[in-house]
Design a protein around this ligand. Structure first.
Ligand SMILES: Nc1ncnc2c1ncn2[C@@H]1O[C@H](COP(=O)(O)OP(=O)(O)OP(=O)(O)O)[C@@H](O)[C@H]1O
Length: 479
């Protein structure tokens, strides 16, 4: 990575982000169009070296989230690390601004708290409340499917959160099991406010022009997007209620209601409301899902003139103590099959090979099992990760868990996630006849080279994302 021009890059980025504190008011950000926003979560002067970095919680489309312990206080955060160059290149600045500004003003036990932010030459950092219980998605995968009591509890907590957000005129627009995180005692917190849409009457301070009710292009995730969004209708609270219906269906059945081999086919199913509800769903669950997945967004319970009353009174929620939901005992969390005490140290050594320059420079592995010294270096200095997934590599006789990493060099690296050693690279070529990805469905894909075909299963259904990322890089290399 070129070092010259770093200061320029930092200044240029700060100007575009317009979140840099003014000298007069260290916590004020120019919201644009006059009037600054006074941040509750301050912009600090910390560096990543002030933290002990632990395991990677997850990787989003423009960030990675890492467990981080502040060395002086011992406080633990989920540190969201965003690469400035990538954010600028991918035009994600408005997502970052929106998440920062909106999260800063929210105060609900079911919403991830933002504590502070800081930045360095390469990255922006958001210190978020850490959710140690992982994603609701993982609970569904580990348990196969949830019992109706478990699903009822989680759905009720999601309803409580959506009622809060909607009362503030905010449409989340990316409600899905991956963005519903769990605390260590099993309560839900919603994350990922990058796609949030404020309505005209929101009391929340937002970016100028962000409340325009123009018809929107599709944001969110294909499987959870409502039909009206595909028909370019303006966003409404009903969008989140549809996604709640999909999430409830997924909790009870193990998979999302509209599934197919490609995004386009998924969209066709959504538009046709091609919905099959399994026989074993109770009548109350079936009825609630059917109503939440109404093609008319204004008819979904929670979106009508009586607000959330009809939703909370639905027979599926009988027995829920709405006022005390956050102190009700949560379902027991299913742990990862081979979770062990070394997880933190393994992942921190893994992180030290992630290639993001500032992380590489400052990482201090948690734990003392020497995992980092036995690991190989995966990435070269300045090389960064484009896509990374924990996948199942499907072989004739056995299936193995692997971390597949695509970097901007480009390289395709297979890592054994347990031993933190590379299992070898898949030979890169810019020529699609020598390297191509064949997708069988959203969770299965094959990477084909003249020498070898490697088959993978992605529980998070990112097969198409893998194909696109590899093809984009091939195109980039050629130009
Ligand atoms: N506060 C948190 N505590 C624990 N894990 C978190 C936290 N925030 C995010 N994560 C994990 O990190 C992953 C990536 O989060 P992030 O918000 O960066 O991506 P995303 O925006 O959900 O992804 P995408 O942009 O692709 O939708 C999440 O799916 C989650 O597993």
């Amino acid at each position: 990575m070129a070092v010259g021009g770093d200061d320029d890059m930092e200044r240029d980025f700060a100007a575009r982000l317009r979140l840099a504190p003014s000298p007069a008011s260290p916590n004020a950000a120019a919201g644009g169009g006059g009037g600054g926003i006074a941040f509750r979560a301050p912009q600090e002067q910390f560096t990543v070296g002030d933290f002990e970095l632990g395991k990677i919680y997850g990787v989003g489309s423009y960030s990675k989230v890492v467990r981080a312990k502040k060395k002086d206080t011992g406080n633990v955060y989920a540190l969201k690390i965003m690469d400035k160059k990538f954010i600028t290149k991918e035009n994600k600045i408005s997502y970052v601004k929106m998440e920062r500004i909106v999260l800063d003003q929210l105060d609900h036990p079911g919403v991830i708290r933002l504590f502070f932010t800081f930045q360095d030459t390469y990255s922006l950092y958001m210190a978020l409340e850490s959710c140690e219980g992982g994603e609701l998605f993982d609970q569904i995968v580990r348990k196969g499917r949830l019992s109706e009591d478990e699903a009822r509890f989680y759905a009720a907590e999601i309803v409580d959160i959506l009622e809060y957000l909607h009362s503030l005129g905010l449409i989340h627009r990316d409600v899905k099991p991956e963005n519903l995180l769990l605390t260590s005692d099993g309560h839900i917190k919603i994350a990922d406010f990058g796609s949030v849409k404020p309505t005209k009457d929101t009391p929340i301070k937002v970016l100028p022009n962000s409340t325009n009710e123009r018809a929107c292009t599709f944001v969110g995730t294909a499987a959870y997007v409502p039909p009206e969004v595909l028909n370019s209708a303006p966003p409404t609270f009903g969008n989140d209620l549809w996604a709640l219906g999909c999430t409830l269906y997924q909790m009870l059945s193990g998979s999302s209601p509209f599934k197919d081999a490609s995004e386009w086919l998924i969209f066709q199913r959504i538009i046709a409301r091609d919905l099959k509800i399994p026989e074993y769903f109770s009548d109350d669950a079936r009825d609630l899902i059917d109503k939440l997945l109404d093609v008319d967004p204004s008819k979904r319970p929670g979106a009508g003139p009586d607000g959330y009353v009809s939703l909370k009174k639905h027979p599926f929620f009988r027995g829920i103590d709405w006022k005390n939901i956050r102190s009700t005992r949560a379902p027991k969390l299913a742990m990862e099959a081979n979770a062990n005490e070394d997880e933190d140290s393994q992942d921190s050594s893994w992180l030290s090979h992630m290639g993001s320059a500032p992380v590489n420079q400052h990482v201090s592995p948690v734990g003392n099992d020497g995992a980092s010294s036995s690991s190989e270096d995966f990435l070269e200095p300045g090389e960064s990760v484009v896509l990374i997934s924990k996948l199942k590599k499907i072989n004739k006789l056995t299936n193995k868990k692997v971390q597949l990493i695509l970097t901007d060099k480009p390289q395709l690296i297979c890592v054994d996630p347990g031993k933190m050693v590379t299992k070898g690279n898949i030979m890169w070529s810019d020529d699609p006849s020598e390297l191509n990805v064949q997708v069988s469905n959203s969770s299965h894909f094959r990477i084909c080279t003249p020498k070898k075909v490697s088959s993978f299963e992605d529980a998070k259904q990112r097969a198409w994302q893998w194909k696109k990322a590899i093809e984009d890089l091939q195109r980039c290399q050629k130009n």
